[in-house]
Design a protein around this ligand. Sequence first.
Ligand SMILES: *Cc1c(COP(=O)(O)O)cnc(C)c1O
Length: 373
Amino acid sequence: ASPDIYTGELHDMVPGIQEDLKRLARTKHHVAIYIANGHGAWEAANTNLFSTGDHALALVTGRFGEGWAQSAEALGVTVRRLDFGRRSPVDPDEVARALGEDRDERIRVVLMTHADTATSVRNDVAAVRAAIDRAGHPALLAVDCIASLGCDVFEMDAWGVDVMVSASQKGMMTPPGLGFVWLNEKARQASTGARWRTPYWDWTPRIEAKQFYQRFGGTAPTHHLYGLRAALDMLVREEGIEAAWGRHERLARAVWSAFEAWGDGDGEAAGIGLNIADPAFRSHAVTTVKMASPRATQLREWTKANAGVTLGIGLGMAPEGDPAADGFMRIAHMGHVNTHMVLGALGAIEAGMTALGIPHGAGALSRAAEALA
Ligand SMILES: *Cc1c(COP(=O)(O)O)cnc(C)c1O
């Protein structure tokens, strides 16, 4: 049933949601909630930070870093990109160098992705903050945690992040439809001059609402808020965020162990392997894998048709229409996942490889089980 939007339960519930959202991001500052998806959260941050003609530095490690850069460019922001390719994390030294070259300090914001869901790289946010400080540059640091929040360790205040964006449907375990922007005082001060700050996207009334409707720029997303309350209960209050980080790390390691075993021996002929070589830079939320094209696509189709397992398509790993795209796929292990789901998915993948005659190394499922023991 629809709740009363003017008084009562809904009004009582929202302050606690905002407190728990801050707990999730490890910040004592502010959070603004939008009725939006991740693209909306990008735009919410951009409109509060930029005026036409401003400059930004975008650190690109996959499709999503590129997406945020394009979102800013559409507002007339001049975006310099540092592109680290599809298999490597951000190199903080290059960030320091690029900021050092910006002698007039025109770069207003450094935009980066924590975990890029396309490549499954996880970038070292604290190291980027250190690089900005080393360069003595005043740019704000804005981080996309849409894939990683609630899965990968993230410390907004301790890492010196000024703005962070996320959305409800990944690690936050709530249907798509809510976008979030966390911000500190420095970002709030900096936003006062942003000319793109239109009434709906302005984060100010959302974080210091005098009337309830101002928190949402209109009618609250009533049922999404009940879903979010339940998800935050599970994540922040029942399991606890540190335990959730540990669970995602264990599940990720199980997936990596399986693919490492499949890629050994006979699997070398099939080109099976993890996209990101260094475990320190692999996301705990999603894993991108490769195998000789078109094996990845065939395997996805098999598990979907025969095992009830939908694997992720390769995203932005090869140009559109290039047959190489059929050599990539992704395993999601974000949000509401547990041991039996991951072992089930891995078992289905092995069944698919066997059915399709894809050569693969032995012992992967035992290796995965060991990683979870
Ligand atoms: C999913 C995702 C987005 C886009 O979110 P939408 O809700 O699809 O608009 C942006 N960045 C990252 C890292 C994502 O994983």
